[in-house]
Each structure stands twice: as structure tokens, then as C-alpha cells.
Design a protein around this ligand. Sequence first.
Ligand SMILES: [Zn+2]
Length: 661
Amino acid sequence: MEVGGGVDSESKSQRRVGLLYDERMCKHSTPDGDPHPENPDRIKVIWNKFQANSIPQRCVLLDAKEAEDKHILAVHSQKHVNLIKKISSKQFDSRRNRIASSLNSIYLNEGTSEAAYLAAGSAIEVTERVAKGEVDSAVAIIRPPGHHAEEDEAMGFCLFNNVAIAASYVLNEKPELGINKILIVDWDVHHGNATQKMFWKDPRVLFFSVHRHEFGSFYPATDDGFYTMVGEGPGAGYNINVPWENGRCGDADYFAVWEHILLPVAKEFNPNLIIVSAGFDAAIGDPLGGCRITPYGYSVMLKKLMNFANGKIVLALEGGYNFESIAKSMLACVEVLLEDKPILGSSEAYPFESTWRVIQAVRQKLSAYWPSLADELPEELINQKVAPAVYVLTSSSDSEAEEDHESPKVSQHLEEALQEIIEPLSKLKVDESTRDHVASNSYTWRSELSKVDIWYAAFGSNLWLKRLLCYIAGGQVDGLQKSCVGSVDKTPPKEITWKTFPRRMFFGRESTLSWGPGGVAFMDPESNSQDKTHMCLYRITLEQFNDLLVQENYGGYAMSSPLFDLTALNSVTGQEPNSLQVRLEKGWYRNVVYLGKERDIPVLTMTCTPSDVEGFKSGELPLCAPAKNYANTIVRGLVEGKQLSQEEAMAYVQEAATKAL
Ligand SMILES: [Zn+2]
């Protein structure tokens, strides 16, 4: 590629930073032009941002290269390499889409093979240059991403595991470079499942991944990302997972993990090279990630890593689906590597309580391998409810004057950073085709639905406020066998009121993941004047209602679009029928029923479909009385809500469990 510049370009920076970008990696795109979050514009916007800030002129521009099969084969099977090599050829024209649909979250087109080989080869190229010391550090703006790509399977938008291929290359093919300890830091919001497996037994690679996990419900939705997965044999202790229990983690949470896990371990491990699996989908504004790292946050995280491996750091792009966020975050990172600007900013938030819980669990598990993790964290730290110290990092270069000049920015608040990131898409200088891009649209659904209030009418275990709060704030109550993730917006209900409705409540299904054996409550969506169901109405937002819907139906994926949006709300509050099944195949509570209005705000509940009711009546689906723990939640709800006495509440449950449908 020809982008000008080069090793001898006028560079004001003292550190040499390699930079690699090649438009040929844009050739991988959806075959029919359908919108997709992992699309070519992702790398274009980063490159445009770099150009607008004169970054290429300050870097050593490196050329993209296609990886050789023998180097890819270090971590992938021959069968997988053959498939990716040939997938774009004519012979696959008729089968390509079918193959893609048999894979998990993958599309394929005529440009796929070339882009995949370039992404892997470019990761090798930048890593080798850094390993050789030709540049101090390097940034590879590459796609498709890699960390989900397993030995024998493409998945999660990833085809070849670029970072794993590059690490294997310098370890196995270039022993003369003396790189024998590599730290891979995977800060993509998703677990680097494939990288973990590829170095599972290899003590030369310390794999560290911090990701949303939510007890195995967040993509890739397995237990592999849990902190108990520490590696095996000689690799035991060289695999560290920090699994978030909830979304919304931001700078403060990541800084705490850096401070109390990653940095002490990095010091002990003493790597001679660091490769960052640099996904930016934990960035604030990302439509899939739901976390809130600011560009400043990434700067600090990266700057702290520069104290190791003599600053030999490679940044290889992984995920990240909000154009503005990835461009700003990556710019902040390259500026840190160039060391020609002080890092300014502050974080006034403090970590989630769950963050400390996770950090402590990880430290305890890993302390057998890393003595620096053995000490208990002080109580004052864990219980802090005030802002942690402001981080201000300045470089040692000629930037002091600049720092003074910009000093008012030191007190910049997180809120301001937030404002800056969440700009309307129209402000982005990208191709017209990205205007109605799915990723950005899906981000806005949360802010749109967060402004709409509804009453959520509960009739089962959610009658008990404490249980309902698990779905909002996350956590667990008596009898519940599994902790809840909670909603993205953890604000408790604004108001609570009670009402009875002419509906039939009954108990069905024989056991659940949440409660164990015993039936759970359903409500016949049809009204029936003979029956009376007590309902607790919680005033929450339509955004929270969507998070509730997902949790009630055991779905565990990042919602890039809502299950029940404003159009759905208008349709159920309009004409008959007053219920709507959301797009979930199997959920038991996928039928949203409109129960009228309460003070002009729509009342919604979720229950089974009318055809399930038929199934319960015919005996095709089992009716089953609730176990004691589940019945207790209903009784507690009714008693604490002052609707019925203990005896009346027990009789109410008893009747619903025994009366014929
Ligand atoms: Zn990701």
C-alpha cells in the first residue's frame, strides 16, 4: 500500500510507533450488503481519525502482509486453513452462505480470504518489528478480528486468531529475537475464548482477559471465561480471567483490576513483549458491549502497561462497534504510545461492589501462582464510596508546556467525556453508506426507551419486591439458585402500586434453573371475570422492561435491539389483540400482555402464549404446584405489600395451584 511517510519521515515523537492499515481488509463484508456491526467502516473511521490528527506522519508506516499457511497452522487446523483459503473462490460461490450460516456469528464473501490472511499476516508483521526493536511499539488496524476464532472453527466475527498467530510466530519461528515471555492483554468486552485455549498449557504466554461474563450468559456464553479457568500443566496460573458480573463497567472498574490484578502479575511475570487484543467494544457508547470505558480510561490502561517489557507493546484491533468510540479510543492509545501528549482527565466514579467481589475471587484463585496476589485487600478500599484518587499521567517528553496550557482539562468530568462520545452519527465523517448503520441505531434504542415509563405488572415471584430488585440491580434472594444479572439501568422502580385483574393465575412446568424443582406462575392472557389475580405494579422504564424480558426468558445475549420497542407498545395499547409475542423462540414468558392504563401509563405483564395455555389444558405441558421456596416469595410479596394476611396469601397460592384450568 502507498500511504506516504516511512521510517525516515519527520517525526517529532521520541518513540517510534509502527502503524499498519490496509484498505484491502475492507473487502470482507456481508455478501448482500446487509448492515452488520463488524463492517469495513470500522477500520476506515479509525484511519480517517488518525489522518485528521496527523498520526500517520508521526508513525513508522508498515505494510500489510498476507500470512503464510505454515504460520497460521501453529494455532489452527489444516482443515480450517483450507476452508478460509478457498472460501472466497468461485468453487464456493454456491455454498458460501450455507457454510456461513452453519457457523456461529460469521458471514463470508469474495473478499473474506484475502482480508483474513492480511489481518493475520499484519499482526505478525507488527509484532516482529516490535520484537526486533525496529519500532518501540505498534498499532495494527486490522479486521476481521481474531480472538474468538478457534483452532478448527470460525466464530464471533473472527476467522483467524491474529494475535495468537503473531505470538506463536515470534515464540516459535524467531527464537533469536529472545522473546520467550509474552503477556497478552485482552481488553475486548468479550472473552478471548480461542486465545485462552491456544496457550492453555503454555507458560510462555500469560493470557489475561477482562470481559463481561455474567455467569456464562454473555457471548460467547460458556463457562470458559470464568476465573476458575487458570490453565493446565505447565500453563497453570498463566491464564487469568476477570469475569464481570454485570455490564456498565467503566474506567474505575478497569483501573481497579489493573491495580490489583494485572499490574502486580505483570511485574512478577516480567514479559519481554506485550500484545493487546485491543477490542474497543467495552468503550462507552458501544452497541454490543454495554460498558463505559472512556478514551481517557484506555490511555491510562495502556500507559500503565508501558512500564513493562521495555514498552514493547503491540496493539491489534479486535472488536468495537461504535465508530466514534473506537476512533477516539484508538487515537487516545496511539497518542500514549507516541508519548507526545500528557494524559489528562479523571474518573470520579468508584468501582461497582461486584467489581471488588470479582477482584477478590480472582486474587484468591490465582494467589497460588502469583504471590503478589495473596494479601487481602483492605476493607476501606472495598467499601469506598468516594471517588478514588484522580489519575493524571504526564509524559517525560517536551509536553510540560502543553500540560500547563491545557491544565483546565485536568478536572474534566466523566460526564463531559460521555457527552463528547455520544454524538449523533450524522457528525461522523464517514461514507454515506454508514448513515443508517445498525450498530449505531441499536445503541440509541436504550436511550430512547429509557425515557418511556410503563407499569410492569408482576403476579409470580416478582410480587416480592426483593426478588424483583434482583432483575433490576442484580443479585440473589432466598430460594433463588442463580444470581441475576440485573438491568443495564439499575434504578429501582419509581413507584409501586397494587391492583387485581380478572385473570387466572396457575402454576406449570416442573422445574426451573432459577428455583429448582416445582412449578412457576403463569397467567392466562385471556381475561376471565370468574378469577382474580393480585398484581404488583412497578413503574419502570421500557428499557428496564426489555432487560426483564430477557432475564425472565433465560436469554443471555447482548441486546443490540430491543425485544419490545415503541412500535410494539403502540400496537398492544392500540387495537386487539392486546398481547404480542416477542421474537424469542423458546421463552416461557415471551408473551407481553397489555392490561390497560394506570394513571395514563400502560400496564404490561409477561406470561405464556395462548397456545401454551392450550397445552397446559390438554396436558401436553405439565401443571405443577410450586415448591415451598417459590410459593414463599409470592406469600412474602402479598404480605409485605399489605395485600393479604399470611393465611390468606397461602390460601390464594393453594387455590391457584389446585383449581382446574
Ligand atoms: Zn468483542
